[in-house]
Design a protein around this ligand. Structure first.
Ligand code: AMP
Ligand code: GLY
Length: 424
């Protein structure tokens, strides 16, 4: 075999981490990224002219470059049917069909699947009318959670301590979407569990936790994710095995029975409650920034798993093993993020951070006319520190993040520093 040619679709730090991991593995001849970002150029062939939503151009690229495997990062192209389009043309794609991606695309669909599969979630229901939703909210009791249906990039969830807050959130959610989900607020520890799935089998990746709120102590507005770490002291191998059995396996069985088998990375956002794990959400892809924390911990090559899941069967693969080291992944965000991120601020110090031992993955970055690296998006970089435990990994990550500078840089100081329990 001459080595695999892999196309990674997307442009963020998650895709940078995937490209970095895959490009470094034996058996991979070449990694192409579309549209990618300038920081990926040292390890991949970056096709900035090919957007993640330009299915014609992506397919042409696959055929022209004899791509053996496509790995899709973001949810939007999956929900829009990129995997269906590629598979129909005979191109192997790691990522679910549009129908299976509805697990992420529609929170009401995800609830329906959990109910049918007997998978535990927060008590709640979906509504198309504000009146019925408000009535149900009053019945459910406080605090509660209001979720807009449809893709919201992690930002469509409102915690409500009063019924008037709930009423407002319900009306806003129904202005942007067809339906709204009302859920009981759950207390516990959050965990992101991501599994590589072939339609019937699921192999769990090392578990991580992300922090979606902008400010320390999980306060402030929701963002796409301000940092993540792995492993979690609260989730040992036995607990992960239990999650695979009680959550992933029944969901896969149910999705296959519906005629929409899930092939790709299935991500369950869980709350570990006193009564056991509960599903908060599914995503139909790798997490961001979880992936940046998880991939450096994998012992064995990733590509054979992605190829097996995309083209046939994971039988005989796995289990996935992790190194004993810990990782802390910090998001460095632009001034004004998440509401109005500012662009065009010069970024300095990435080489110094790497010399300090960090992995630095690019997201909202661009080269200006003079070839200078500048900010160009909300989440600008992910800086990953490694260590023998979480405390050392956090010290390494923060030591490196200090070395990177751009005007208005925002980061949280508490990622990986304290186990975080969610309480009402
Ligand atoms: P989601 O997009 O559904 O994962 O929600 C975003 C964030 O809201 C989650 O990561 C949790 O921190 C929080 N969340 C969602 N649903 C609940 C719930 N039922 N109880 C407590 N927190 C929740
Ligand atoms: N970090 C959560 C997500 O990727 O949606």
């Amino acid at each position: 075999m001459n080595g695999l040619r892999i196309l990674v679709v997307g442009s963020g730090a998650r895709e940078h981490a995937l490209a970095w991991r895959l490009a470094g593995e034996d058996g991979v001849a070449r990694v192409i990224v579309a549209p990618g970002n300038p920081l990926m150029r040292v390890l991949a062939d970056v096709r900035s002219g090919v957007g993640a939503d330009d299915f014609d151009a992506l397919l042409r690229l696959c055929l022209d470059e004899h791509v053996d495997l496509v790995v899709v990062g973001p949810e939007a192209p999956l929900v829009a049917g990129l995997a269906d389009r590629l598979r129909a043309a005979g191109v192997a794609c790691f990522g679910p069909s549009a129908a299976a991606a509805q697990l992420e695309g529609s929170k009401s669909f995800a609830r329906e699947v959990c109910r049918a599969a007997g998978v535990p979630m927060a008590k709640g229901r979906a509504f198309a009318s504000a009146f019925a939703a408000i009535e149900y909210a009053a019945e459910l009791g406080l605090p509660l959670v209001v979720k807009a249906d449809g893709l919201a990039g992690g930002k469509g969830v409102t915690m409500c301590a009063t019924l008037s807050e709930a009423e407002r959130a319900i009306r806003v959610a129904l202005e942007v979407g067809q339906s709204v989900v009302i859920e009981r607020f759950l207390a516990g520890y959050e965990a992101s569990v991501i599994a590589i799935c072939d339609g019937t089998r699921a192999l769990g990746l090392p578990v991580a936790r992300d922090h979606k709120r902008l400010l320390e102590g999980d306060r402030g507005p929701n963002t796409g994710g301000m940092g993540a770490y792995s492993p979690l002291p609260e989730v040992d191998d036995a607990r992960l095995a239990d999650v695979m059995k009680t959550i992933f396996e029944p969901v896969l069985v149910h999705m296959a029975e519906r005629g929409t088998p899930f092939r790709g990375a299935l991500f369950a956002g869980l709350m570990l409650t006193d009564e056991g794990p509960r599903v908060l959400e599914f995503n139909a892809r790798f997490g961001d920034p979880e992936t940046q924390a998880i991939l450096p911990r994998l012992v064995d090559p990733l590509w054979p798993l992605l190829l097996a899941a995309a083209t046939g069967s994971l039988q005989g693969c796995g289990p996935i093993t992790a190194t004993s080291e810990a990782t802390v992944a910090l998001t460095l965000a632009a001034d004004g993020y998440p509401a109005t991120p500012r662009g065009n601020d010069e970024i300095r110090g990435i080489d110094e951070a790497r010399q300090h031992g960090a992995l630095v993955f690019g997201a909202g970055v661009a080269s200006d006319d003079g070839g200078v690296l500048v900010t160009a998006g909300g989440r600008v970089l992910t800086v990953v520190g490694r260590g023998s435990d979480l405390a050392q990994a956090a010290d390494a990550a923060y030591g490196s993040a200090e070395l990177i500078d751009f005007a208005g840089k925002q980061l949280r100081r508490d990622i990986g520093r304290t186990p975080t329990q969610v309480s009402a």
